[in-house]
Design a protein around this ligand. Structure first.
Ligand SMILES: C[S@@+](CC[C@H](N)C(=O)[O-])C[C@H]1O[C@@H](n2cnc3c(N)ncnc32)[C@H](O)[C@@H]1O
Length: 346
């Protein structure tokens, strides 16, 4: 079965492996970061990441415990015209497999993880990170692992760089870099743009919170939030506008969503959406619709505060008769609507 999933060339694979395969923009980004002479990808699945390693590295060792998946990985490398990969079918922790791999520059593992867990734990990964570090310790000191991005940095009990990646505005991957690959403590990346934000060496104070919306609202890339880099993001926005333009405060919409708010207008690449705040008013769909008419608005994105079963009815009511070009995002906090117009749209 061949299916397209964010790949230029649709990969070969079974449904489950395709679901877990690394999306192409992330696989390409990672392969560039890990570019080296010889790399071992020791839980390669159908090779969604392997093909891009093989494009960047001189030689790749690809290990996979499942015989069907490794056949797909071979087909995928063939499809990309790659002949610099040695495929090894077996348990990556089996000494018979390990002895087939010489000293390499980098060992990479994207381990199996249970599809769902109450709370993501590094101990549930298969093969486990400590086991791989000790089994391959003679081959290299440079390791990179993929881990579930829902895990906050403080729950990762290793001395490693934690790189959170969002893709198209959604949190997508977490990569842990060990040894010589560790460059920072924490890093947030936004793909496909390829922008990044790094943690400062000394911890910054938390960003001040506000209950009041100012002229502009800024929605951070989810990778920034996952990496705990909101103070760094506020700092970089202050650096851009200068210290006298006014500060950036946090406005919590609900448990999951937060926005920066400020009277200063800034464009920052790790901001997913920049908004002009049009109005803060009681959440009454009919009133909101009347306000949006004659303002060149065509669509309203409901961002919170509406029960899923009411979503389409509310959306229909707020969008009734709107025929303009602009998109407005509607946030709801404790019965109050915040109408935000997207600015700096591509
Ligand atoms: C998340 S998938 C890898 C996906 C791959 N990076 C891609 O982009 O297509 C994890 C893979 O690890 C394999 N695996 C689990 N335990 C293993 C072990 N001990 N040795 C080798 N492979 C293993 C699983 O069979 C599975 O295919």
């Amino acid at each position: 079965m061949a299916r397209k999933k964010q790949f230029e060339k649709p990969l070969h694979g079974d449904k489950e492996s395709l679901r877990f395969a690394t999306p192409e923009p992330i696989a390409r980004y990672r392969a560039q970061r890990l570019r080296c002479r010889a790399l071992a990808d020791i839980s390669c699945g159908i090779g969604g990441q392997t093909v891009f390693f093989a494009q960047q590295c001189e030689f790749v060792y690809a290990v996979e415990i499942d015989p069907e998946r490794i056949e797909y990985a071979k087909q995928n490398c063939e499809m990309y015209g790659l002949d610099n990969v040695k495929f090894i079918c077996g348990d990556a922790l089996d000494p018979k497999v390990i002895e087939q791999i010489p000293a390499v520059d980098v060992v990479f593992s994207d381990p199996f993880r249970p599809p769902e867990e109450d709370e993501r734990q590094v101990s549930c990964l298969e093969p486990g990170i400590p086991n791989v570090l000790s089994a391959y310790g003679e081959k290299t000191k440079n390791f990179a692992f993929e881990a579930p991005p829902q895990m906050p940095p403080e729950r990762i009990p290793f001395d490693c760089e934690k790189e959170y990646i969002s893709l198209d505005g959604q949190l997508n991957r977490l990569t842990l870099y060990f040894g010589g690959l560790k460059q920072y403590e924490r890093l947030a990346v936004a793909l496909p743009a390829g922008e990044g934000l790094i943690s400062k060496a000394l911890p910054l104070p938390p960003v001040r919170e506000s209950e009041k919306m100012k002229l502009y609202a800024y929605e951070p890339e989810p990778s920034v939030m996952a990496a705990g880099l909101l103070p760094e993001l506020a700092d970089s926005m202050i650096e851009t506008v200068g210290p006298f333009a006014g500060g950036f405060e946090l406005f919590r919409v609900d448990k999951k969503r937060l926005l920066f708010t400020s009277d200063a207008l800034v464009k920052q690449p790790m901001i997913k959406h920049h908004y002009l705040v049009l109005k803060v008013c009681p959440f009454e769909p009919g009133e909101i619709n009347r306000f949006l008419r004659d303002r060149n608005v065509g669509s309203v994105v409901l961002r919170a505060g509406v029960k899923p079963e009411d979503y389409w009815e509310v959306r229909k009511e707020v969008e009734k008769g709107l025929e303009g070009k602009k998109t407005v995002h509607l946030f709801v906090k404790e019965g109050r609507a915040i109408l935000c117009e997207v600015i700096f749209q591509d």
